[in-house]
Design a protein around this ligand. Structure first.
Ligand SMILES: Cc1cc2nc3c(=O)[nH]c(=O)nc-3n(C[C@H](O)[C@H](O)[C@H](O)COP(=O)(O)OP(=O)(O)OC[C@H]3O[C@@H](n4cnc5c(N)ncnc54)[C@H](O)[C@@H]3O)c2cc1C
Length: 719
């Protein structure tokens, strides 16, 4: 209501301005004609005229009325160069700020709500360098004054910043105009004041902030490198620390573009993913799924059966799978690709020198133009009393420890309700362990929508996992051979007895012990980098789990491209890491896969969305496969087919998601998915049917009613 009243007041003022013919006075000819009258008035009561002029100027600029340029000339003619400049400088800045506040008050919420996600980059840019952008816009008077006020009002730039940057940015232009006003009699046209030469000078002034930014960067660089002695030349173009997903891809790219690159790995080639993460967990899940399917053979028309298996053999298969994939990440393969691989522990000595304590003995020093830190993360172990006494496994130790067992642990406690905890809890429950999963938060898989968490919980519970959410693990205890974990739910403590405790509460970036501290490279939970993945040293980059914010193999590989390309070619062109479309999956049964926004995130970010859902229980292939459960859920921009995000729950959800990832990456909407032939009968048809659901909900009803009449008429015409 207040907003409507304000709009009405503005409209009335604008109409009055034109009705009172003020726009004719505020023309060059009008000014010249009434100059003498104004001068007489000013001599009679200078303070009053100055205040009235100031106030009128503020109104003209605040309401974007025509005449500000003429009034600036008038200021020169009436008050002279210095007073005129002072009056106009303040009046125009106050007016601009009022216009800016008007736009912010009336339009910003609506615009941010409507285009919030698309404005994300703009908002981030404004938060970082808003003052610089504004100064440029103000210095170059090519950008219309009112447009700058209107558009900046929609951003998050603080009002105070807006005021002072506007005032300083407009000062040069104000001086030029006011000065011209002192020579009013000789001015024939407004455009003449800004000659091409003058515009060029302004443009140069506009470039000045960028030049100064570059200069500041140069000074910062010099300062950060000041205490180190740069080598005269380097042995290598790139040294990569860590041979997990991020390190392998960085080294691969460097070798592919013929750079001299050394990859250093202290432990196992392939890092977490191959040795302790994705690969063994998915191999385990496959066996557990098979056990589960055999147990429920009646669903497929078989006799119900209890599968016979040796856990030792099952774990041997897990290790066999690792061995089968090992050659992809091996020293031999990378050496053949042109990468020098050193096995040892790397330490950054100075920004261009890395020292390697070789696993075989001895050390080696390498000088390099650039470094990529790809040191990964390690399992987080909570500081819990008694934990060390009872002992525990993590994703790092579990695979070797369990390989020694003849049977899965009878009672397994899984600490953590994230993706890794859920995947392993379900797999071991299916293999026969009595699993208790403990999670501090109110639900498991907290990043997903509530309905997904509930679905995952139901699925794990069905498989025998006792899911305890809202429970804090406080300590571990043992009584002779018996081991317990004590948890509390806010009211009371409970003891859970176990044979093995698996810590899966997250993974912490490796940040210490290899030189970051001595170099002063900033770390919080991860190595701090800018958008180009540069640390405070522009030749040292970080990628993968050590850099965050994601902890996936595919994001590590994605970042590796940016880190290595920026490291090798950043002098010519640098690329900002693009996280606009990041998919991920949790490989429980049913799989949960997501790309882009879910409902919970859209609400948090204030982004308007529509939900379209297709139930996979209706899909022919899902029914045939005995997998008729789950759904495809797509979030779109209201009234449009533009995809904001998709979540799929069901068999092969992670594979099905690829279509939405591609669509989002390349701006393809649901209409395009609907118009694409999908093979029958496949699970992928679920994506097309989801698009079909959206189409049905957005069918043009009025047109359809007309079509109905048209067909009726055609039937009548024919008969
Ligand atoms: C159980 C589990 C399941 C997972 N499942 C999936 C999944 O399904 N999908 C998915 O995308 N992700 C999954 N992940 C996550 C995935 O494994 C990681 O995101 C990925 O491995 C990160 O790769 P990285 O290169 O950043 O680090 P890492 O793979 O950890 O590699 C870092 C390497 O650096 C070495 N290193 C560290 N410091 C030094 C040093 N100073 N000198 C020399 N070498 C050093 C380490 O030895 C290590 O080998 C899973 C993780 C776990 C634990």
């Amino acid at each position: 209501m207040k907003k409507i009243l304000l709009v009405i007041a503005v409209a009335v003022l604008v109409i009055a301005f034109f009705a009172l013919d003020l726009h004719h006075i505020l023309t060059l000819d009008g000014l010249k004609a009434s100059r003498e009258r104004f001068e007489t008035l000013r001599s009679a009561s200078p303070v009053l005229v100055t205040l009235a002029f100031f106030g009128f100027y503020v109104i003209v600029t605040a309401f974007t009325l025509p005449g500000a340029a003429v009034m600036t000339l008038a200021a020169g003619a009436l008050f002279g160069l210095w007073w005129g400049t002072v009056i106009v400088s303040f009046a125009s800045s106050v007016g601009a700020t009022l216009a800016f506040l008007g736009s912010r008050y009336l339009l910003r919420d609506t615009v941010q709500k409507r285009f919030g996600d698309r404005l994300k980059a703009v908002n981030e840019g404004i938060a970082k360098e808003g003052a610089l952008y504004l100064l440029t816009l103000r210095l170059v008077p090519l950008f219309p004054f009112f447009l700058v006020n209107l558009l900046m009002g929609l951003t998050s730039i603080p009002t105070r910043t807006y005021y002072w940057v506007s005032q300083s940015g407009m000062l040069a232009g104000t001086l030029v105009y006011v000065n011209a006003g002192t020579q009013l009699a000789q001015i024939d046209s407004l455009s003449g004041i800004l000659s091409p030469g003058l515009l060029l000078s302004f443009a140069l002034l506009g470039v000045f902030p960028w030049i100064s930014q570059r200069f500041i960067n140069y000074v910062k660089r010099r300062r950060v490198y000041a205490r180190w002695r740069r080598p005269a030349k380097y042995d290598r173009n790139l040294v990569v620390i860590g041979a997990g997903a991020a390190g392998l891809v960085s080294a691969y790219i460097a070798a592919a573009v013929k750079a001299k690159v050394t990859l250093i790995e202290a432990h196992k080639m392939g890092g977490d993913c191959l040795n302790y993460g994705c690969v063994p967990s998915k191999a385990l899940i496959r066996s557990a799924t098979l056990v589960h399917q055999i147990q429920h053979g009646e669903r497929y028309g078989l006799e119900q059966a209890q599968p016979q298996f040796s856990f030792r053999q099952l774990m041997a298969r897990v290790h066999a799978v690792i061995r089968a994939i090992e050659p992809h990440d091996s020293v031999e393969r990378y050496t053949a690709l042109g990468v020098e691989v050193l096995q040892g522990y790397a330490r950054i000595v100075d920004p261009w020198t890395v020292e390697v304590a070789l696993n075989g003995g001895g050390t080696q020093r390498l000088t390099t133009r650039s470094i990529v830190i790809a040191a990964g993360a390690r399992p987080l172990v909570p500081p819990m009393p008694g934990l060390d006494d009872v002992g525990y496994v993590t994703s790092d130790t579990l695979w070797d420890e369990f390989a020694k067992l003849d049977a899965p642990p009878a009672r397994l406690v899984v600490l953590g309700g994230g993706p890794v905890g859920c995947e392993l809890a379900q797999a071991f429950a299916r293999l026969g362990s009595k699993v208790t999963q403990i999670e501090l938060a109110a639900r498991i898989m907290i990043r997903e929508d509530m309905e997904i968490s509930e679905l995952a919980r139901a699925s794990l519970t069905r498989d025998g996992v006792h899911v305890m959410t809202g429970h804090k693990a406080v300590r571990c205890e043992h009584e002779s051979e018996r081991k317990f974990i004590v948890v509390e739910d806010g009211k009371q403590e409970h003891r859970v007895e176990f044979d093995v405790l698996l810590c899966a509460v997250g993974r912490a970036a490796r940040l210490t012990g290899y030189g970051l501290e001595a170099l002063g490279i900033q770390t919080q939970r991860t190595v701090q980098t800018n958008d180009y993945l540069e640390t405070i040293y522009p030749n040292i980059f970080a990628a993968g789990d050590v850099a965050g914010p994601y902890q996936f193999t595919h994001t590590a590989a994605h970042q590796a491209w940016y880190a290595s390309v920026n490291a090798l070619f950043g002098d010519f062109k640098k690329f900002k890491a693009d996280y606009s479309v990041v998919p991920w999956a949790t490989f429980i049964d049913p799989e949960v896969a997501r790309v882009g926004l879910n409902e919970q995130e859209a609400r948090e970010k204030g982004i308007a969305y529509e939900v379209t859902r297709y139930g996979l229980d209706e899909l022919d292939r899902a029914i045939a496969d005995g997998e008729a459960h789950g759904f495809v859920k797509v979030l779109t921009v209201p009234g449009k087919d533009r995809i904001l995000g998709a979540t799929i729950v069901g068999a092969h959800a992670a594979d099905l998601l690829a279509e939405f990832v591609l669509a989002m990456k390349h701006g393809l909407g649901l209409n395009k998915i609907l118009g694409t032939i999908h093979t029958y009968p496949t699970m992928a048809e679920g994506n097309k049917y989801a698009a079909g659901e959206w189409k049905r909900a957005h069918a043009p009803q009025r047109l359809l009613r007309w079509l109905e009449k048209f067909h009726g008429w055609k039937r009548g015409a024919r008969s």
